[in-house]
Write a protein that binds this ligand. Structure first.
Ligand code: UDP
Length: 242
């Protein structure tokens, strides 16, 4: 892997679902998987790419699921947001072990555990080469961490929102269950919304569209692809206004 190519993107926002941390289990955090993620992030960090990261909580709690089980929806969403903080702390711990400086910034105030989210401070951390992990989503119930990713990406003026998934981009339907699913190398925001392609929720896509923030969807399991994306390689699916 080469680190000497000039990056196309200097500041990115990576959205990782909670599911990405599960590994072979069904719930929780697989320490081996989280170490691999930290390793991948450290490669980017060493290539001087500024990385903001929004992490989901679906491996622990999702508000909708808890609400179905009888918990009040707002309380359930608070639990979901706190789950994202746990994931963020786990990832920070793995980055610490690699001597990569990072900060967890929470949208819900729990400042004995991590920093509060303050935009200017987040940008300063990025400029100093620290990875910033944005936890607790938007801080509001009824939103998702996809929307938090769009919001934070726009706020920190990221040049690209990178959404990590289990497959190598956007398909017409789930390629795991439908072998005839069609792969799309490039799409517009409106096509994603119109065809309900389900890669991110509509609120998240619309925010990106309204602020012309490009999205790249890729398979996080392919080591080195994230770095190649920042160098401008055409990997996965690109979503833009054209
Ligand atoms: N959540 C929320 N507001 C936000 C972001 C997240 O209430 O701004 C809650 C919501 O209950 C959600 C849970 O946190 O289900 C975990 O986030 P998400 O489902 O987006 O995680 P992912 O699917 O990416 O793992």
């Amino acid at each position: 892997m080469t680190l000497d190519k000039r990056p196309k993107y200097r500041r990115i926002l990576l959205k990782l679902s909670g599911e990405a941390l599960v590994g072979k289990g069904e719930h929780g955090i697989d320490s081996r998987v989280i170490q691999e993620i930290a390793q991948e992030l450290s490669t980017l960090n060493k290539a001087n790419i500024e990385i903001g990261l929004v992490i989901g909580g679906g491996n622990i709690f999702r508000g909708v699921g808890l609400a179905t089980a009888g918990i009040d929806r707002v309380t359930a969403d608070h639990m979901g947001m706190l789950a994202t903080v746990m994931n963020a702390l786990a990832l920070q711990n793995s980055l610490d072990q690699l001597n990569i400086a990072s900060r967890v910034m929470s949208a819900i105030r729990i400042n004995q555990v991590c920093e509060d989210y303050i935009r200017r401070r987040a940008v300063r951390h990025l400029e100093k080469g620290r990875i910033v992990i944005f936890a607790a989503g938007t801080g509001n119930p009824f939103f998702t961490t996809d929307t938090a990713a769009s919001l934070r990406a726009i706020e920190i003026e990221a040049e690209l929102l990178v959404k990590a998934t289990k497959v190598n981009g956007i398909y017409s339907s789930d390629p795991f269950t439908n072998p005839t699913a069609r792969f799309f190398p490039q799409l517009t925001y409106d096509q994603v919304i119109e065809h309900k392609l389900g890669v991110m929720d509509a609120t998240a896509i619309i925010m990106c569209r309204d602020h012309t923030l490009p999205i790249r969807v890729f398979d996080f399991h392919k080591t080195g692809d994230l770095l190649r994306i920042t160098q401008g390689e055409n990997i996965g699916t690109l979503v833009t206004s054209e």
